[in-house]
Ligand binder design. Structure first.
Ligand code: SIN
Length: 302
């Protein structure tokens, strides 16, 4: 997908006229101030888009958007990607409502992953908007997969260069123990509201091969492309693939590559799934958290 011209002009200027961008960590993540996402002109959106490409995940505070306004804003990033396994809201199928009730023990997205990696064209971006947030906990962590790639040794870069991963969606997921079972085996056991939204993906393709080293289609930078959907490496024996996947995943979430966002009602995060992973922290037992998530359709990775 092409970079909007307005984003390019913001980058070329090298200076924002409409927004204030404040990095929250050394490797990725920035808060953007001075914007009302419900009323955006093209120039302001261009600056936001350029800041998003630069910082990988951007955050906004105190936003007041109706579901329709969130959908309108999301469509500026591209077409809507619909989750094959989990139903959207009745009135707004574009929005996936993520809920953890006081009595739930499991949180949606509580492992490091990049959205919809099992899809032949995985999600480009995710836009997450906080409707209810716990008084403590429930933060989301993000990691910079460009940095993870850049930090590999030259021999490791040579090894991973042409490897293809094999990712599998929820229903067909091979056993990973209790943490991530398949949908049939209770993928959302411990979170009844999410379990009730599980749907059959029908004929949709939910297994895919992707390059382990991905070139970002807009920045041209290389990133490791990895997450919990990855089951094995093409052509490798599983005894060979597992330690390599485990090593690269542990390497990818080295604390210095990450940032962590504290949610408040009205906060919004927009992350680039092509060069990040994220993880929802499940550390607020007894409290409710409710989010509105929209994912944006992406391209086939190369
Ligand atoms: C997700 O993985 O998309 C959800 C992240 C979160 O709820 O913090």
């Amino acid at each position: 997908m092409a970079t909007p011209a307005t984003a390019q002009s913001a980058t070329q200027r090298g200076k924002n006229r409409r927004i204030e961008v404040k990095p929250i960590a050394g490797m990725l993540g920035a808060e953007i101030d001075g914007v009302d996402l419900a009323n955006l002109d093209d120039e302001t959106f261009g600056e936001i888009y350029a800041a998003w490409l630069e910082h990988l995940v951007v955050f906004f505070r105190d936003q007041k958007l109706t579901p329709e306004q969130q959908i309108t804003f999301a469509k500026r990033f591209g077409g809507i990607h619909y989750h094959p396994f989990v139903k959207g809201m009745e009135e707004h199928p574009e929005i996936l409502e993520i809920i953890k009730e006081e009595t739930d023990t499991r949180a949606f997205g509580e492992v490091w992953h990049t959205d919809q990696m099992f899809n032949p064209k995985p999600a480009k971006a995710t836009i997450l908007y906080a409707k209810e947030s716990p008084s403590f906990g429930g933060d989301t962590m993000f990691t910079n997969m460009y940095a993870a790639y850049d930090a590999l040794s030259e021999p490791m870069k040579a090894l991973v260069k042409d490897i293809k991963t094999w990712s599998v969606g929820d229903r067909k997921k091979l056993s990973q123990g209790d943490k991530m079972g398949s949908a049939e085996k209770g993928r959302y056991v411990g979170n009844e509201k999410m379990a009730a939204k599980v749907q059959d993906p029908g004929d949709l393709v939910t297994e895919s091969a992707h390059p382990l080293v991905r070139t970002h289609p807009e920045t041209g930078r290389k990133a490791l492309y990895l997450g919990n959907h990855v089951q094995t490496l093409h052509g490798f024996k599983s005894a060979e693939a597992k330690p390599l996947i485990d090593y690269l995943q542990a390497h990818s979430v080295f604390p210095e590559f990450t940032c962590r966002f504290r949610w408040e009602v009205g906060s919004m995060a927009i992350w680039d799934n092509r060069c990040t992973q994220h993880r929802a922290l499940n550390d607020y037992q007894g409290q409710r958290r409710r989010m509105h998530r929209i994912t944006i359709a992406g391209d086939a990775p190369f």
